[in-house]
Design a protein around this ligand. Structure first.
Ligand code: NAP
Length: 464
């Protein structure tokens, strides 16, 4: 590599690193999120292009084959439905971590038995984190796609067994740092990390999977940063550290939004489908209403808060919701959206869908902003949300979601819930909201039902 090429490589890496940082910054608000995606993509293209200038490359043929294969796998992965993004993300982590583990393994066998202690330490960190992320992410994707059972599988002494496995892997790593010539130990270290990834996910229920995926994202980032030290690549260190830190912060924020501690998510076996308490809520009756009645109630309101949830995403009802928003605001009704931080199946899920339907950003209120408004709200219209509105989280100490902050929709004068049946949401628990006196169930598919309300509203009936 000539000095000029080396200089160009450094500049390219620097610009890519700046773009990655800006991308994360911009992704944190819906107003700048699109720009954030672009910055991340351009940064990644620069990182790949810069790396292709590297002096170590002896043959571009295999790189070209890799690029074609990657594109063949990546393009269909990029086209999955929005509701399948969590499992798609888990698969991306699995691929990334597999790459890190394979590169680490190749580096070990290329260098052994002369691996300096520092390199062996970071290389071990790289392949242990990488290995457990490969199998952990595959398990998480399988659970979310419902190929694997969602319920947590627990057994006595599970945490102890898991910790012992990790301790053995770390002990082997320490031995290899001191004696890299004992190459026979290496496959055991990677093997244990792979099994540990499976064991880590087995006790975690489906409802906690998005949080776990974000944590696995963090592990994948840290292993990539470790790989950066092994390969002496500064951009990998920066990008891996950004990935590791942002994944970690996201998992902490998601745990907070569910009022769960990290240890509780990882070891709590949450997400078991509960059967309703005998003699409890299921004996009570819920009142239902038609689209015509719902439209009449809405047109008599002054203040409406719409609460979207996972069902809106499943039904792809966001454009119909936009029509409803237009029909109501045209009548002079004040319409806002109450967004729970873990509504849907991934952070920002509702914001993305509502932005797609061009709902003004200033109408989307976070939970803390909208909750004080509910007592003055005439109608809280819930569209395919369930757990995030469950008042048991406030009142029932025996509920698995007790303590999770919720949207206080039950405090509105009238609550209307669009969903197809009385089935529970993702946490698998009954919702006492549906049996309250001020609640009406609007049974049907979210898109079709909202469409029917819009038809009723445009069919006549003046506001007030
Ligand atoms: P939810 O509790 O899963 O409830 C969604 C409801 O939508 C279901 O009760 C379902 O009832 C209804 N539904 C499904 N398809 C529908 C359709 N086509 N039309 C109308 N309704 C439909 O959803 P949520 O209130 O948004 O809560 C999110 C859950 O995911 C929480 O438990 C949260 O902790 C968990 N979670 C989310 C994240 C995240 O990042 N967003 C992360 C971790 C965990 P029917 O079957 O009766 O229609």
């Amino acid at each position: 590599m000539t000095p000029a090429t080396g200089h160009l490589l450094e500049v390219t890496y620097f610009v890519a690193a700046v773009l990655f940082i800006l991308s994360l910054k911009w992704l944190s608000s819906p107003v700048t999120a699109r720009r954030g995606v672009w910055a991340g993509e351009v940064g990644m293209v620069l990182a790949v292009a810069g790396t292709l200038l590297h002096r170590g490359i002896v043959d571009y043929k295999w790189i070209a084959i890799g690029l074609v294969l990657g594109a063949i796998i990546g393009v269909p992965l990029g086209n999955v439905a929005m509701t399948a993004v969590p499992q798609r993300t888990a698969l991306s982590h699995a691929f990334g971590a597999l790459c890190v583990t394979l590169v680490g393994t190749a580096e070990f066998y290329l260098r052994a038995p002369d691996v300096p202690p520092f390199v062996m330490s970071v290389l071990s960190l790289e392949v242990i984190l990488g290995g457990l992320t490969v199998t952990g992410s595959l398990m998480a994707a399988g659970k979310l796609q419902e190929i694997l059972p969602q319920r947590p599988i627990t057994f006595k002494g599970q945490n102890l067994v898991n910790l012992a496995m990790l301790a053995v892997a770390v002990a082997i790593a320490a031995r290899l740092v001191m004696h890299p010539e004992q190459m026979f130990l290496y496959p055991f270290m990677v093997g244990i990390a792979l099994v540990f990834g499976v064991m880590l996910i087995v006790p975690i229920g489906g409802a906690d999977m998005p949080t776990v995926i974000s944590l696995l994202n963090s592990y994948a980032g840290l292993s990539a940063a470790a790989m950066g030290f092994v390969l002496n690549n500064k951009l990998l260190i920066v990008a891996g550290a950004l990935d590791g830190a942002s994944g970690f912060i996201l998992s902490v924020n998601m745990s907070k939004a569910m009022n769960r501690s990290f240890t509780n998510v990882l070891f709590g076996a949450f997400g078991q489908v509960q059967t309703a308490v005998a003699g409890g809520v299921e004996t009570r009756t819920a009142r239902s209403a038609s689209a015509e009645e719902a439209a009449a109630i809405l047109s008599a309101a002054n203040k409406v808060v719409i609460v979207p949830g996972y069902g809106m995403a499943v039904a792809q009802a966001q454009h119909k919701v936009r029509e409803l928003y237009d029909a109501l605001t045209k009548r002079g009704i004040d319409v806002k959206f109450g967004i729970h931080p873990v509504a849907g199946r991934m952070p920002g899920h509702m914001n993305v869908l509502l932005a797609e339907a061009d709902i003004p950003y200033d109408k989307l209120l976070d939970m803390e902003e909208v909750n004080p408004d509910f007592p003055q709200t005439d109608v809280a219209l819930i569209i395919g949300a369930n757990d995030v509105t469950n008042p048991a989280a406030r009142t029932d100490t025996s509920s698995p979601i007790y303590g999770m902050p919720i949207l206080d929709v039950d405090k509105a004068r009238t609550v209307m819930v669009i969903k197809r049946s009385m089935s529970p949401g993702f946490a698998g628990i009954d919702n006492p909201l549906y049996y309250l006196d001020n609640n009406l169930m609007l049974f049907g598919d979210a898109k079709a039902f909202v469409g029917d309300i819009v038809k009723e509203l445009s069919g006549g009936g003046a506001h007030g």
